[in-house]
Design a protein. Structure first.
Length: 324
């Protein structure tokens, strides 16, 4: 089948002859309709986690084969974490930190930049009829953005800074604003900051941030850079919270003394609840479609990956053969 594959030597390969996925009991075979490329895919291509296989973990698709009749023919998204289903983390916490989990397109499981993929049925979330593919494909990053609400637990009086005006930073800003949190989005790109300002969010260029002008109760670091954490620590008030979203392929150096001196709470934040993300989309609270920069057919997925890696690019989407 057609797929975009990351090989063991670190090269990205477009192929029309990748073996189709083998479905086992309890899994669903899904025809990909639309997939997104995110910064994690770019980091994987640079050697992050030494992943090998089909790239991609943001998708909406149609179930073509499964054990349970209720899923057949349904339009779905999926939690990318496939836990063992038996350990304490799977039983009590959804399996996002199951030690035996596979992660779609990231760890031990081929991803969504292919004609077909397989995921466990328990990971599936149905897409309501009135939610378009163009909206649903954002469910995974929107879930990660909304997870900040769990990590930060902001009050209505908190001043929160989101560092980074990329795709994830914008989604985080929209989610926090939808909850009535007083937020500021800081970044480097006038076009991206304008998307946030259009919805009433306060924006600043990162160069305008100055700790002497005031600190924030919470700082969400979504810069996608190795230096982002250091900047976040500088801008958080004593006993405030820093939420770290960035992962990069190389090592990160950071002076952690502000964590001790200012008694900061630093929280790592990864995936979120897909059902909550779908509820936000279905209710019209978040419209991520202004983030879409360009669409490519699956046969040009390698070109799409290159485009996604260009500085300042927003969301690049790849259309599968089942695209609506």
């Amino acid at each position: 089948m057609r797929a975009l594959v990351l090989d063991g030597d670190g090269s990205v390969r477009q192929t029309d002859s990748h073996p189709p996925p083998i479905r086992v009991s309890g899994e669903a075979r899904i025809a990909m309709r639309l997939a997104g490329i995110c910064d994690t895919d770019l980091q994987l291509a640079r050697g992050y986690l030494q992943y090998q296989g089909v790239l991609g973990h943001e998708f909406v698709g149609e179930v073509v084969e499964c054990d349970s009749k209720k899923w057949r023919g349904r339009r779905v998204v999926a939690d990318i974490n496939a836990g063992c289903g038996e350990c304490a983390d799977c039983r009590d916490s959804g399996g996002h930190h199951c030690q035996r989990r596979s992660v779609l397109g990231i760890l031990g499981r081929d991803g969504s930049l292919a004609e077909e993929l397989v995921v466990p049925e328990h990971c599936l979330v149905e897409v309501p009829e009135h939610v378009s593919d163009s909206q649903a494909v954002f469910a995974e990053p929107l879930a990660a953005a909304a997870h900040v609400l769990d990590d930060l637990q902001p009050s209505q009086t908190d001043r929160v800074l989101v560092l980074g005006d990329g795709k994830l930073g914008l989604l985080i800003a929209w989610v926090l604003a939808a909850e009535g949190v007083a937020i500021t989005l800081a970044g480097h790109h006038e076009r991206k900051l304008a998307l946030a300002a259009k919805t009433g969010i306060s924006t600043l260029f990162s160069t305008q941030l100055d700790p002497r002008s005031g600190l924030y109760d919470g700082v969400v670091e979504a810069t996608g850079t190795a230096s982002g954490l250091s900047r976040a620590l500088e801008l958080c008030r004593p006993r405030g919270t820093v939420v770290l979203k960035t992962t990069v392929a190389g090592p990160t150096e950071c002076d952690l003394s502000p964590v001790v001196i200012n008694e900061l709470r630093v929280v790592g934040s990864r995936c979120g609840n897909l059902e909550r993300a779908m509820e936000l989309l279905a209710a019209g609270k978040i419209d991520p479609t202004p983030l879409i920069e360009q669409r490519y057919p699956l046969g040009q997925a390698a070109e799409a990956l290159v485009h996604a890696g260009e500085r300042g690019t927003l969301k690049i989407l790849v259309e599968g053969p089942a695209a609506g």
